[in-house]
Design a protein around this ligand. Structure first.
Ligand SMILES: [Zn+2]
Length: 426
């Protein structure tokens, strides 16, 4: 048994070049989202490869999902290989979309350049290296001829970077992540090669607007400035809300540790005249000011509590500040999720990290969300983690890269973990 899995480890080591080449191949599809480019080509490359190992391939288009149209169809691929007996299904889910390249690159973001033991490119770290590692891990397991009683699934899904509605959410709503057909999920997001990520904080985005009355800017006393009202809101956020949030702690092992609290970011401020004109502005008192807030919350908090805290601040201003009027509008919300740290997928993956890297895995939560939310909340599948190569901090940055040693090590961890889960109780 031990000898057998060691043979799989050696096979993965021998396939180092192949793993690098597969990562490069995936990076060369410029799957930028928005708008959602080259999804079909990338999904088909994954499907065609896995078909050769006996997988049944299905392409599922996220019809009617945000951004889906004939020019940019939301094409997901789901590959399944039945097991030799009655065992659980282990599913690897990776998003194929990447964020825009942005400025500041010193290499071609879609070339997959290899230099000094790293592969560079948009999506190397987040998360095409992770997809490649899961594919090579699964192939090595299959080629070993070891009995694999449970089913293996690999999916390449779209739109994670824009909420996952045409991807994992779409599949989860249609039963693809029902606990009756899939039992364990590993999402190879870049959380670092020695960390097992069990969940993420919640999100509430909202737009707050203060209202005023327009008047001539030379006689502001005849109007009522929405910007000054917003100033009062910002002052309360700064001096009342933010200190309270940063004093709130959590049992969630969020990394980096500074994110182990509630946080609130003010994403934008818009007030007064818009800037879409040339020449000089006109003198007016602003009758509207809007901010967008990004509140990240903890498993110990409820969404109602989170919203209520902001509403309280605004209601108090209504009572205390003459003329103060506001509106509050939800833009986006995600509840926090956290898998059981003693669940099968966490234990199998942590044991695999120890066997491959010779050190204990760190159990963490992510500061931001990823597709686990849909698998947990829509699919009701709880035994789900993120584990993959790539350094979390490099995601979405210029000159993003993945270290080849980490890439190979993560493939070994995935193969070991999947093997243990597939043969559990066998
Ligand atoms: Zn990602």
């Amino acid at each position: 048994m031990t000898e057998n899995i060691e043979r799989v480890m050696r096979t993965i080591e021998e396939r180092r070049e192949e793993l690098v080449a597969l990562t490069q191949e995936l990076v060369r599809f410029p799957t930028t989202n928005p708008p959602g480019m080259a999804y079909r080509e990338c999904a088909e490359a994954i499907g065609q490869r896995l078909k050769k190992r006996g997988f049944t391939i299905e392409y599922v288009r996220g019809e009617g999902a945000p951004g889906d149209n004939d020019r940019y169809p939301r094409i997901n691929v789901v590959a399944r290989r039945e097991g030799s007996g009655a065992g659980p299904c282990v599913h690897f889910n990776g998003h194929i979309d990447v964020v825009e390249t942005g400025r500041g690159w010193s290499v071609d973001p879609f070339a997959g350049l290899v230099r000094d033991g790293r592969i560079y490119g948009r999506g190397t770290c987040d998360m095409k290296a992770g997809i490649a590692a899961s594919i090579v891990a699964v192939e090595a397991l299959i080629d070993s001829g070891l009995p694999l009683p449970g089913a293996l699934e690999i999916s390449g899904t779209v739109d994670e970077e824009s909420g996952g509605y045409g991807g994992v959410a779409y599949l989860a709503e249609r039963g693809w992540f029902a606990p009756t057909r899939v039992q364990h999920v590993i999402i190879p997001e870049p959380l670092n090669v020695d960390r097992v990520c069990i969940g993420h904080r919640g999100v509430w985005w909202a737009e707050l607007e203060t209202k005023g009355r327009i008047a001539h800017g030379s006689m502001p006393f005849l109007g009522d400035s929405a910007i000054r009202h917003m100033g009062a809101v910002l002052e309360r956020l700064e001096h009342e809300v933010l200190p309270k949030l940063s004093a709130r702690t959590t049992s969630m092992p969020v990394v980096p540790p500074a994110a182990r609290h509630s946080t609130l970011n003010i994403n934008s401020v818009h007030g007064g005249q818009s800037e879409d004109f040339e020449g000089l502005p006109a003198p007016c008192v602003a009758d509207s000011c809007r901010i967008v807030i990004d509140r990240r919350f903890l498993v110990e908090e409820t969404l109602d509590g989170v919203k209520g805290e902001i509403r309280d601040v605004l209601e108090r201003l209504v009572r205390e500040r003459p003329g103060f009027a506001y509106s509050m509008r939800d833009l986006f919300k995600v509840l926090p999720v956290m898998a059981d740290r003693n669940g099968p997928v966490v234990k199998a993956t942590a044991a695999a990290v120890r066997a491959v890297l010779g050190r204990d895995a760190e159990i963490v939560c992510s500061p931001g969300t990823y597709d686990q939310k849909h698998i947990d909340r829509i699919g009701r599948l709880k035994d789900c983690i993120a584990y993959g190569p790539g350094i979390l901090d490099l995601a979405h940055q210029p000159d993003e890269y993945v270290g080849i040693d980490d890439l190979v090590a993560s493939a070994k961890v995935m193969a070991r973990s999947a093997h243990q889960l597939l043969t559990r109780g066998a």
